[in-house]
Design a binder for this molecule. Structure first.
Ligand code: SIN
Length: 528
């Protein structure tokens, strides 16, 4: 097969998928992009705050690295974080070249602050519609480049190959028209799992099937217990959980409880700009205390003009609920936001399976450790997407190192029953209630019981049958809960009320692999 014949298949159309497709095309390859809804429908589109890069005069990649490592709470992969922060400025230059209209001040790219960043280094576009602007710019480039883009097409399974290729099983979004694509490189850029949680900042497409499908195919996963909860989404019964960006706190908005008192200074010296997990848990505690379901973000001290020009989407959204942030406090609560773990890869995006690459939220390089720094996620899609594109051109052997602690998780056949809507709602409630911001062994075991009983009904009966979306959702829930039960400590985004402290013995990543029945039930941690 010549290089030109190697047709990489890229699954997903957020920042990572679109960028890999574009770069692969520029490198002379002929990628096909597959996406399960419309090309522009992805988590990227809803990102508000921005994208981090050390391009300010008082900043440097080394300082960005320092903040990334500090936020990651002891288990950031240093090599990956160095690559992320030092290659960031070059990737931003690519976005500018692709036409992303970053906001400027006096002709220079404007830079904002966000929690746990000690410099202003958040680039934004259209005020708070950064993700939308990036998605649109990249989408138009992909279409202009004539890249084959198949919408409403879903990945159903991966059949690993022997060398640099795997077979992708695809179907249309309704599960019909199953087709097997010839072996070639597959790039998973399917995003995260946020919408499997009852309360989520993510769009409904973020259902995490990329990790379930990769796991079924035998790929190593890492750190699935680390689900990041965003502290502030809009909270009103019946209203969508619209993200209220951290950048608003970066501009000076403060958090108040139901009684009107500012509470963050009593939780952390950095107050509203403390790491995300700290702010989310503090809010959760205040909400439990007051039983009123919400706290309030108060931006009324900010200049009205500034609010309206910097946060136009939020202002527009709030207006539909009769609120004006220059006058009214915004009711907010935490929600599931970002999957920190995922398909384990090395820094070139190579998974443990030949021919299977992953980048963006679905991938786990260890770059975020236990807690992602805000605005490092869009960046991650670009930086590791670039490396994947280069691997597609010149593949070389490699892959992730299996963590010393890796659990073997069995996958048993089920009854293959037709899927229904109700169990999915049960999965969402269970993840939110038992595998949410605060976890404990009893709740995690109960959650596992729920996921396993759903799986027993909907997992395919035969090895060659294709699992449906509900079977993948139950499996993803099970993997998150299983990892959360195994990590008997609190670190970063993972908080256990029965193990509230960080434990040095857990100063490591946690791997998950498909294993023989029985192996995981013993909860054995494996040393290499
Ligand atoms: C936000 O705008 O607050 C979210 C940004 C991110 O998750 O990186």
């Amino acid at each position: 097969m010549t290089e030109a014949d190697r047709r990489p298949l890229i699954i997903g159309s957020g920042i990572a998928g679109l960028y890999v497709a574009l770069r692969a095309r520029e490198l002379g390859l002929r990628p096909t992009l597959v996406t399960k809804a419309r090309l522009e429908e992805s988590n990227t589109r809803y990102a508000q705050g921005g994208i981090a890069a050390a391009i300010g005069p008082d900043d440097s990649p080394a300082l960005h690295l320092e903040d990334t490592v500090a936020a990651g709470d002891g288990i950031v992969d240093l090599a990956a974080a160095r690559i992320l922060t030092f290659e960031a400025p070059a990737r931003i230059a690519d976005l500018v070249r692709y036409g992303v209209p970053f906001d400027t001040v006096n002709g220079q790219i404007a830079l904002g602050r966000e929690a746990a960043h000690h410099r202003a280094r958040i680039l934004h576009a259209g005020g708070d519609s950064t993700g939308y602007q990036i998605e649109e710019a990249l989408k138009h480039r992909v279409l202009d480049a004539g890249i084959e883009a198949r919408e409403r097409t879903i990945l159903r399974a991966i059949r690993p190959g022997r060398r640099d290729g795997a077979v992708a099983v695809l179907s249309d979004a309704d599960g019909r028209g199953v087709e097997y694509l010839n072996p070639g490189p597959i790039v998973l850029a399917t995003g995260g799992t946020g919408s499997l949680y009852r309360q989520s900042s993510n769009p409904s497409v973020a259902t995490g099937e990329g990790v379930a499908i990769a796991f079924r195919a035998g790929a190593l996963l890492d750190d699935m217990e680390f689900i990041q909860f965003h502290p502030t989404v809009f909270w009103r019964p019946g209203a969508p959980r619209f993200l209220i960006t951290e950048a608003l706190r970066g501009e000076g908005a403060i958090l108040r409880n139901e009684a009107g008192d500012r509470f963050m200074p009593s939780y952390h010296p950095d107050a509203e700009l403390a790491p995300r997990d700290v702010v989310a848990r503090a809010i959760e505690r205040e909400i439990r205390r007051s039983q009123c379901g919400t706290v309030f973000l108060d931006a009324t001290a900010l200049p009205r003009d500034r609010l309206f020009t910097r946060f136009p989407s939020i202002v527009r959204f709030l207006a539909t609920y009769g609120l004006d942030p220059s006058r009214d406090r915004i009711p907010v609560a935490p929600a599931a936001h970002f999957m920190i773990g995922g398909v384990s890869t090395d820094v070139e995006g190579r998974s443990s399976l030949p021919g299977l690459y992953a980048c963006g939220e679905v991938a786990s390089t260890g770059v975020h450790g236990a807690n992602r720094l805000g605005s490092n996620s869009l960046l991650e899609g670009l930086v590791f997407g670039e490396r994947v594109a280069r691997q597609l051109l010149h593949p070389a052997a490699g892959g992730p190192t299996e963590p010393a602690r890796t659990l073997a998780i069995p996958l048993s056949p089920g009854e293959g029953r037709a899927e229904e809507a109700e169990p999915l709602e049960r999965i969402r409630d269970t993840l939110w209630e038992e595998v949410g911001i605060v976890r404990y062994a009893g709740g995690l075991r109960a959650a596992l019981g729920t996921f396993e009983s759903i799986a027993a009904a909907v997992e395919p009966a035969g090895a060659d049958d294709l699992p449906g979306p509900l079977a993948n959702a139950a499996l993803t829930g099970r993997l998150i809960a299983r990892a959360a039960l195994a990590r008997t400590e609190s670190r970063g985004a993972h908080f256990r009320s029965d193990y509230p402290k960080r434990r040095p013995a857990w100063n490591s990543h946690l791997g998950l692999r498909r294993g023989p029945p029985g192996a995981a039930a013993r909860g054995a941690a494996r040393k290499r």
